[in-house]
Design a protein around this ligand. Structure first.
Ligand SMILES: [Zn+2]
Length: 476
C-alpha cells in the first residue's frame, strides 16, 4: 500500500492540474453570478411591477398587451439587443360573469371558476342533477342512461398535477359523449382553502361542447358526501364564457450577442400570459422576470459569452401554446443553431436544479418537482448529460444544481421536438400547486431569497452553456 502511494499522489496531482473541468474553469464567473443574484433587487422589483401595476394577463386582454410593451421596454432598458415583439395569433376567450349554486338538498353557492376555453351556458343557466365519476372508467361504466341530461362532477383521487389534470382538460368531452349537459371538476390541487383552480380544457372535435368549471375541494367533498348518502344533488351553473375571434398578440425577445459565435443561441424564458385571475406571479411572471434578470446580470458583470443568450417571453402558453410554436416556426432551419433551451414555468420556490433532456419529452408540462416520466431521449447523449451535471456542480453552494433526466416545458417543447437540448427548472414545489391558476397566485407568495436563487441558477447554467467550447448536441 505504501509502495503505491507516490503513484496515487501523482495521479491526484494530474487530475487537480487539469484545467479542463468545467466546474473548475467556470468557478469564478459562477461565484460572481451567484453573489450578484443574491444581492439583486431589480428582478424582484420588476416582478412586483408586473403583478401590481399590470396584473393578470390572459390572451386577448389589454393588460397582456401592456405587459408585452412594458417587457420589451424593460429589456431595452436592461441593455438587451435586438429586442422585438414578433406577432402571434392567440385565442380570445372571455370569462364573463359566472356562478354555480347548489340548489338541492340545500341552497349554497359553490366556490367555482369556469375552465379556460369553456363555452358558456344558456342565459338562464343549466340546472341539473349531479352524477359523480371518480375516473373515466367509472363514467363509461355508468353509461348514457345515468349520465345524459346530468352534470358530471369529476372527483378523481389526487395523484399530483400530471396524474390528475386529464380530468380538467378532457373531462368535458368525455361527459358530453354520454349526453351530459355540463361538467364540473375538483380543483387540480392537493390542498384547498376553498380555492377554485381554473386552467384550460380541450374539447374533442365532433362532440358537443358543454360548459365546464372547477369547484373547490371542500364543495366537491360535500357533494360526494351527499351522493354517498343517496341524496340527490342539484346544481345551477351559469357561465357567460365565450370565444371571440383570435387576436394578434406577441412574443417578446431580446439578446445579449455572443462574442465569438453570435449565430449560436442559448434561449431561456417563460410565458408572459396568465389566466384572468390573481396576478400570475408564480405562473409565470416569476419565470419571465427571473430569466430576464439572470441574463441582465451576465451582461452587468461584463461577462461576454461566446454564444448569444436570448430571453423570450412566450405568449399563450396557458391556452394552446401558440407562442412556443410561433417561435419554433420563426426559427425554421436555423433552429439547429439553438444549442440549448431553458424554461422556467414552475414557480419561484427554492430551485433544486434542472431536468435535462431532448426529443420532445417536455411536450406536456409537468409540475415543478414532479418525478420525470421519461428518461433523457436518445437525442441527448450521456456525455451531454454528464456535462450538464458538471455545470450543476457550480451551483452546489446554493444546493441548486441537481440534474435529473427529462427536461423541458411546454413553451420549449417545439424546440425539443426539433432536437434542441432542453432544460426545465425544478424547484421544491412545496406550494406551487396550492396557488396554481387561482386568485392566490399573487406577489406575496414570492419569497425574495428563493426568487434570487432561481436567478442565480439560471444565470450560471445559461452562461456556461453559452460560453463552453462544445455544444451539448455534439457531445458523444
Ligand atoms: Zn405556466
Amino acid at each position: 500500500m505504501l509502495k503505491s502511494l507516490p503513484l496515487f499522489i501523482t495521479a491526484c496531482a494530474l487530475v487537480a492540474a487539469q484545467p479542463s473541468s468545467i466546474s473548475q474553469k467556470y468557478s469564478e464567473p459562477a461565484q460572481k453570478l451567484i453573489a450578484a443574484a443574491l444581492a439583486d433587487q431589480e428582478g424582484l422589483a420588476r416582478l412586483q411591477y408586473l403583478c401590481d401595476r399590470i396584473g393578470n394577463r390572459v390572451t386577448g386582454s389589454a393588460s397582456l398587451e401592456r405587459a408585452i410593451q412594458w417587457g420589451a421596454a424593460e429589456m431595452k432598458k436592461a441593455g438587451f439587443e435586438n429586442v422585438r415583439t414578433p406577432p402571434v395569433m392567440v385565442p380570445n376567450w372571455i370569462r364573463g360573469k359566472e356562478f354555480a349554486t347548489l340548489v338541492a338538498p340545500i341552497e349554497k353557492p359553490l366556490g367555482m371558476l369556469g375552465l379556460g376555453m369553456s363555452v358558456g351556458t344558456p342565459a338562464a343557466g343549466i340546472r341539473a342533477e349531479v352524477v359523480i365519476a371518480s375516473s373515466f372508467e367509472e363514467l363509461t361504466a355508468m353509461g348514457r342512461g345515468k349520465v345524459a341530461g346530468k352534470i358530471v362532477l369529476f372527483n378523481p383521487k389526487w395523484q399530483g398535477y400530471g396524474g390528475t389534470v386529464m380530468y380538467r382538460t378532457g373531462g368535458a368531452s368525455k361527459a358530453a359523449e354520454l349526453g351530459a349537459v355540463a361538467a364540473l371538476v375538483r380543483s387540480m390541487t392537493g390542498v384547498s382553502l376553498h380555492t377554485p383552480h381554473t386552467g384550460t380544457l380541450v374539447y374533442e372535435e365532433n362532440l358537443p361542447k358543454i360548459p365546464a368549471a372547477a369547484i373547490t375541494l371542500e364543495d366537491t367533498a360535500m357533494i360526494q358526501r351527499l351522493a354517498d348518502a343517496g341524496t340527490p344533488v342539484t346544481v345551477l351553473l351559469k357561465m357567460e364564457a365565450h370565444q371571440g375571434a383570435d387576436v394578434e398578440s406577441h412574443n417578446v425577445m431580446g439578446d445579449i450577442r455572443g462574442s465569438e459565435k453570435p449565430d449560436e443561441v442559448v434561449v431561456l424564458g417563460g410565458h408572459i400570459d396568465s389566466w384572468d385571475i390573481g396576478q400570475g406571479a408564480n405562473d409565470d411572471g416569476s419565470g419571465i422576470m427571473a430569466t430576464m434578470q439572470a441574463v441582465a446580470l451576465i451582461k452587468n458583470l461584463g461577462l461576454k459569452p461566446r454564444r448569444t443568450i436570448r430571453v423570450v417571453f412566450w405568449v399563450s402558453e396557458e391556452n394552446g401554446g401558440a407562442g412556443g410554436r410561433a417561435y419554433a416556426a420563426m426559427l425554421g432551419a436555423s433552429m439547429k443553431n439553438h444549442v440549448a433551451a431553458i424554461e422556467m414555468d414552475g414557480g419561484a420556490e427554492k430551485p433544486l436544479g434542472f431536468g435535462f433532456g431532448s426529443g420532445g419529452e417536455g411536450r406536456r408540462r409537468r409540475p415543478a418537482g414532479a418525478t420525470p416520466a421519461a428518461p433523457a431521449a436518445a437525442a441527448t447523449s450521456s456525455a451531454a448529460f454528464n456535462r450538464v451535471v458538471e455545470i450543476g456542480k457550480l451551483l452546489a453552494g446554493i444546493e441548486g444544481g441537481a440534474i435529473s433526466p427529462g427536461g423541458g416545458g411546454s413553451d420549449i417543447a417545439p424546440l425539443l421536438a426539433g432536437g434542441v437540448p432542453g432544460l426545465g427548472v425544478r424547484t421544491v414545489a412545496a406550494h406551487y400547486n396550492d396557488w396554481h391558476h387561482t386568485e392566490s397566485d399573487t406577489f406575496d407568495k414570492i419569497v425574495p431569497r428563493e426568487f434570487q436563487l432561481n436567478v442565480a441558477s439560471l444565470a450560471v447554467m445559461s452562461y456556461v452553456l453559452a460560453d463552453m467550447p462544445e455544444r451539448l448536441s455534439e457531445m458523444k
